[in-house]
Design a binder for this molecule. Sequence first.
Ligand code: AMP
Length: 116
Amino acid sequence: MKKDNIFMNIIQKKVKTDILYQDELVTAFYDLNPKAPVHVLIVPNILIPTVNHATTHDEIILGRLFIVAAKIAEQKNIHSSGYRLIVNCNDHSGQEIYHLHMHLLGGKPLGPLLQK
Ligand code: AMP
């Protein structure tokens, strides 16, 4: 599995991006093509390509994604109005980047979860 995906380059600051948050486990930055007024990606600092690749060793990292999402939602003042967290996995979900990531979306009513 290739380790030099675009998200790894952002995490390692090899490409210039506004990083909203970074700690020893995860990094958060704005989505390049925002689908809502707030659209942030929160990603593990290590390569876990999809949810299918996650193991029990990754539990703290995966939990941190939620903690950081809630923290950023509060900073962006969307924690009370509400927001959506999405993790895509593989082809049918439309996953484009094979470096597990959580989408944080909010800032307006988001409508139904799935279009028919
Ligand atoms: P997914 O479909 O869940 O794999 O989502 C991938 C997301 O990454 C999409 O919403 C893209 O807009 C976003 N994206 C792709 N390249 C970049 C980049 N260089 N910086 C920030 N977001 C990106």
